[in-house]
Design a protein around this ligand. Structure first.
Ligand code: NI
Length: 131
C-alpha cells in the first residue's frame, strides 16, 4: 500500500485473473477492491456486512434471494448497488465487466455461506495490487 494516486484503468491493466479482486486502497477498516469478471460467480451470502458494487466497465448482473423471492438487478457502467448483509447473491457478467467493491477488510469473496466454489472463482479476501 502506498500513498499515491491510483488510476483505476492502469490498475486494471496489471492483472488478467477473473473473479480475483485486487485491493487498490483502504479506507479505515474497509478495502476498495477492483475485479475483472466474466461469466458467473456463485451463490453466497455475507452474514455480517453489506457489499457495495460500482461498475467501472461493461455490465454486471446480480441475482438476489430476498424474503419476497428471487430477483435480478442489472448494473450498467457507472451504476452502484449495495447487497444487504445476509442476502444471498450471485453476480454474473455474460459479456465481461470490471467492477469496484467496497467492503470490510478480510471479507471473503465467497461470503460466509456459499455453494460449491467453481474452479474459475478465486476464494480470497483480496490480493495486493501488483502481487
Ligand atoms: Ni458477495
Amino acid at each position: 500500500m502506498h500513498n499515491e494516486p491510483i488510476a483505476l484503468n492502469q490498475a486494471l491493466a496489471t492483472f488478467d485473473a477473473l473473479w480475483s479482486p485486487r485491493i487498490v486502497t483502504r479506507v479505515n477498516d474497509y478495502d476498495v477492491r477492483i475485479a475483472k469478471v466474466h461469466g458467473e460467480h456463485l451463490w453466497h451470502a455475507h452474514d455480517d456486512t453489506d457489499e457495495f458494487f460500482l461498475v467501472l466497465e461493461g455490465e454486471l448482473t446480480i441475482a438476489l434471494r430476498e424474503p419476497e423471492g428471487e430477483r435480478t438487478v442489472v448494473l450498467q457502467q457507472g451504476a452502484v448497488f449495495t447487497v444487504p448483509r445476509g442476502t444471498e447473491h450471485k453476480p454474473s457478467a455474460p459479456a465481461g465487466a470490471a467492477i469496484l467493491m467496497f467492503e470490510p477488510t478480510g471479507t471473503p469473496t465467497v461470503g460466509d455461506r456459499h455453494e460449491a466454489v467453481p474452479d474459475h472463482v478465486d476464494a480470497t479476501t483480496g490480493h495486493a495490487l501488483g502481487a
